[in-house]
Write a protein that binds this ligand. Structure first.
Ligand code: ADP
Ligand code: 5GP
Length: 199
């Protein structure tokens, strides 16, 4: 089924379980589609090797994060595994929108559902993979402890059941194919045309 609103989305949210490949796919889409820009979230988790403050995230102390909530600076925020906090900065949405681009948000499912409910014109895309594959990728990525990987996988089982609540589902089995599919989907959305993933 094809739907056409003639208008690009206000924001595009990419969601799904940890290890699904959201970060990898988003990096590729950003290289290919100049009309979208990554909304850099705030988090209290530690930097991973290779990450830069202000590029992957704005890395904040818990005190700074709570202060941002208090000031009303966050569009949405959640506490994720191991008690780490993550939130979307309203200033990022404004910065990107003012440049005439559409903000691309990478959120876990709770935050994604909140944006879908509360932000008019938001479009949500769920990136999916099997639990076995998620576990394999997280172990191979090796950026979290074994305990935290276990927590992320336990949560992933629940998140995979929520896939139907989002506007589109992209299966990230073969990376090149998934990059192609997501890129075409985002291009279509920017042109005001959406091809529904499910009837
Ligand atoms: P997320 O942002 O959803 O947590 P990442 O983008 O960090 O996931 O991907 C998790 C790991 O899986 C990374 O090491 C990445 O290189 C790898 N990966 C991503 N997509 C694929 C794929 N289609 N096949 C195999 N490995 C993948
Ligand atoms: P990671 O620690 O792997 O970078 O991110 C953990 C999870 O937090 C991922 O599912 C990621 O999509 C999500 N996330 C990142 N930023 C935000 C945010 O601003 N809000 C919400 N709700 N989730 C976020």
């Amino acid at each position: 089924m094809t739907s056409s609103t003639g208008r690009p989305p206000s924001v595009i949210v990419v969601t799904g379980p940890s290890g699904a490949g959201k970060g990898t796919l988003i990096r590729e889409v950003l290289k290919r589609v100049p009309g979208v820009a990554h909304s850099v979230s705030a988090t209290t988790r530690d930097l991973r090797p290779g990450e830069e403050n202000g590029r992957e995230y704005h890395f904040l102390t818990l005190e700074e994060f709570l202060d941002r909530i208090e000031r009303g600076d966050l569009l949405e925020h959640v506490t994720y595994v191991s008690g780490h906090r993550y939130g979307t900065l309203r200033s990022e949405i404004d910065r990107i929108t003012e440049k005439g681009k559409v903000p691309l948000l990478e959120l876990e499912t709770e935050g994604a559902l909140k944006v879908k409910r509360e932000v008019p014109g938001a479009v949500t895309i769920f990136i999916s993979a099997t639990v076995e594959e998620l576990e394999r990728r997280l172990r191979e990525r090796a950026t979290e402890s074994t305990g935290e990987i276990g927590e992320r996988i336990a949560l992933a089982r629940h998140q995979l059941e929520q896939a139907d609540e989002f506007d589109y589902v992209v299966e990230n089995d073969d990376l090149d194919r998934a990059v192609e599919e997501l890129t075409e989907l985002v291009r279509g959305l920017l042109a005001g045309v959406g091809t529904m993933a499910r009837p």
